[in-house]
Design a protein around this ligand. Structure first.
Ligand code: LLP
Length: 415
């Protein structure tokens, strides 16, 4: 459930009319709802109940400082994949001791930075990476807490680009190779073995693959215990899907309860790394219709947001609902392709949408809070959109619209 609803044919973000936000901040504009973010975060946190746990919000979904700060105030942990994301967490007031560091290609300086800041755990994705962490930790005279990301080889049944738990993916180590790597880690002077983790994909719409993966991890945990390696946490990754169109994913409560039940009687702290499930439906992208254009067989709504602002439709053929900010019953509805000004045929936000609209109207692309702004770019030298956070009756600019000069910041002419 989210807090973007119509009142008298006008879309509201919590108690603020979206049309007012567009007037105030111009478009394209990302709008986030604080109440929605908090509600979704609490859903995970409360579902885990009394079982020791930590919700580590996946920063890549939306790394705006205000978003991270909302999580930090809730006492959230964070899942990061780069030095930049860790620096953001720190800048936003996040607790570094609740940070897990995922990602297949951690550089030595990133490892050193995380060690100096004192993160909770490195999610190690390969043997060479383990060796690198040992080397860096030794040089800094620190002990690196680690967990091994294993690849349980379950089919998450999602889009191939975002399915990560299969043998052929680049992520983690094959679950059958885990034992020798743990044994090696045990011998390392500056490594402390803490846990095990997996992340099998994103936008999963059933609990079954998560439980399959969990069961495989639990077998590994028991095998390790027989070898004297006792883990203190299990990190089940992120990946819980959201409702975009026809999907009916389990609620965070159902998902977390199923996991916690499996862990009963085990002394294992449970870590989650949700990104999309917290943020996707906590954000919308507002765009204005510049022109209505009709070719022989198609109607186009040319809008001022484009693939550089929201790339999910172009990249994954993702479907996100597009709704008018103000419903006008006097207009005739037609089937439109909602397209941006970028010079690519793939530049669309939605196709074949039934809408009653005219030039000058505002549209809201729903479910844009996750992997929206964070995946945006300056393609076609388009300044990136502004971001606003709504909180009840109040609204705050949490990222200024980029200026033209910012487009070439750091560039220089030849001497
Ligand atoms: N943990 C790890 C190690 C991950 O790689 C990811 C996402 C997450 C957690 C968070 O997953 P979530 O709960 O958000 O599904 N850009 C794509 C999604 C890419 C997900 C990458 N990894 C999209 O727009 O659909």
């Amino acid at each position: 459930m989210d807090f973007f609803n119509y009142k008298d044919n006008t879309l509201f973000a919590e108690n603020v009319a979206v049309s007012e936000l567009a007037k105030h901040y111009q478009t394209p504009l990302y709008v986030y709802s604080r109440a929605t973010i908090e509600r979704h975060w609490h859903a995970f946190n409360e579902a885990a109940g009394e079982h020791p746990h930590l919700v580590c919000y996946a920063v890549k979904a939306n790394s705006n400082l205000a978003v991270l700060n909302v999580m930090a105030r809730l006492g959230s942990g964070f899942d990061i994949v780069s030095k930049g994301e860790l620096a953001r967490v720190i800048e936003a007031g996040g607790d570094v001791s609740k940070v897990v560091f995922s990602g297949v290609g951690k550089k030595s300086d990133e490892i050193a930075y995380a060690l100096e800041k004192g993160i909770y755990c490195f999610n190690v994705e390969s043997e060479p990476e383990l060796e690198r962490i040992q080397r860096v930790a030794k040089s800094l005279d620190k002990v690196a807490p680690i967990s091994l990301r294993v690849n349980p080889d379950v089919d998450a049944g999602t889009h191939p680009y975002i399915s990560t738990g299969l043998k052929e993916n680049k992520f983690g180590v094959a679950i059958d190779d885990a034992l020798p790597i743990y044994l090696k880690a045990k011998q390392m002077s500056h490594i402390a073995i803490k846990g095990i983790d997996c992340h099998i994909g994103s936008q999963l719409t059933s609990v079954a693959p998560f439980i399959d993966a969990l069961d495989r991890l639990l077998i590994t945990i028991d095998t390790l215990a027989e070898q004297g390696i006792i883990l203190s946490h299990i990190d089940v990754g992120g990946g819980l899907g959201v409702h975009y169109k026809d999907e009916n994913p389990p609620l965070p409560r159902e998902y977390a309860t199923a996991i916690v039940e499996r862990l009963a009687g085990r002394k294992l702290t449970l870590l989650f790394e949700p990104g999309r499930a917290i943020m996707a439906n906590a954000g919308i992208l507002i765009t204005e219709v510049e022109f209505i254009k009709t070719n022989q067989d198609r109607h186009f709504a040319l809008v001022d947001a484009a693939m550089n602002d929201l790339i999910r439709p172009a990249l994954y053929q993702a479907w996100q609902n597009i709704i008018p900010v103000t419903v006008d019953h006097t207009l005739e509805s037609k089937v439109y392709d909602i397209v941006g000004p970028v010079c690519e045929t793939g530049d669309f936000l939605g196709k074949d949408r039934d809408l009653a609209i005219q030039a000058g109207d505002l549209l809201a692309v729903r479910s844009s809070g996750a992997y929206g702004f964070t995946m945006s770019s300056n393609y076609n030298s388009r300044p990136r959109a502004a971001e606003v956070m709504v909180d009840g009756e109040q609204h705050f600019l949490v990222r200024q619209r980029e200026s033209l000069a910012q487009l070439w910041q750091g560039e220089s002419l030849l001497p």
